[in-house]
Design a protein around this ligand. Sequence first.
Ligand SMILES: Nc1ncnc2c1ncn2[C@@H]1O[C@H](COP(=O)(O)OP(=O)(O)OP(=O)(O)O)[C@@H](O)[C@H]1O
Length: 331
Amino acid sequence: MSALEVRGLTKNYGEVLANDDVTFAVGEGEVFGYLGPNGAGKTTTIRTLMGFQAPTSGGGTVLGHDVTDEADLIAAKRRIGYLPANPAFDEGVTGREILDLHASIKGDERRAELLETFDPPVDRTVRDYSTGNVQKLGLVQAFMHDPDLVVMDEPTSGLDPLMQRAFNDFVEAEKERGLTVFLSSHVLSEVRRVCDRVGIIREGRLVTTERIEDLLHRTGKFVRVRVAGDVGTRAFDLDGVHDVSCSTTDGGRTDDPAETGPDAGESVDVDALDGTEGTPSDGPVTECTFTFTGDVNELIAALGERRLLDLDVEEAPLEEVFMRFYGGSDA
Ligand SMILES: Nc1ncnc2c1ncn2[C@@H]1O[C@H](COP(=O)(O)OP(=O)(O)OP(=O)(O)O)[C@@H](O)[C@H]1O
């Protein structure tokens, strides 16, 4: 049985078709990222799954319970954790009181451990909370009754980078424990570490669902290289090179950065260098960036022909894949 299922979900707000025949399923123990830009329809799906709004047609299940059947859903919710987008708590009470109330309804087996991880200032009134602290309180609340399924709408929104890392570590550990997690994001790089699979939604329609490693494989590597000499634009004329951008500096002069195809220019003139390992005397230096989806051995061979001053090779930002889905790049 899937932990969560969406079947032909359509939500028409009148002017806007926010979900258009959306269908996907999340398996037990899976961490699934629901990705899309602002206004794509993520919150609409999530709110429907949590029973806060009725679909125009279609529907779904959470932990096997029909999301359009209020009574059925109440039973399921005891075993579900939920973090809404921009959680809003009663401003006049303390974080501790909010958690106490939640505990009285659903339980709080894991409260102490979660407070240690996320550390919201529970003795302050919520009115005095920063946005990030509200989010941290929301995370404690979502997990503290030790649910089987957690649904989160942009969970890292408002968290600083350290807390985002703590969140990722936490979700990875939860995955090990077998928890099922469904989370939305519009920042793909945030979900790459924790998600097994992602579904990408655009203008209400599900574009694709795929394993994150397949997505990463297609995305390739992001390469930034500094090369001695004015290498022109043919330096990286290889299959699998996309979006090449090079600029050359020469004694303080910077040529206009060129967005180029791999088909013009000249090779590096290593004789123009002074022989110092990897460092030109005062000759030109070219910096190129590109995305590489080809054979990494060919890339290394091409790099080996140059005198490199610096090299970064990293996982290409998933934003680039995202751009491809959204027509932002033909790469
Ligand atoms: N109650 C509503 N009435 C009318 N239109 C709505 C309503 N809620 C959402 N919409 C519209 O439906 C579309 C999808 O909104 P939704 O909030 O589901 O997107 P989202 O992907 O969650 O966006 P974000 O990342 O900005 O939170 C948007 O065009 C939005 O303006």
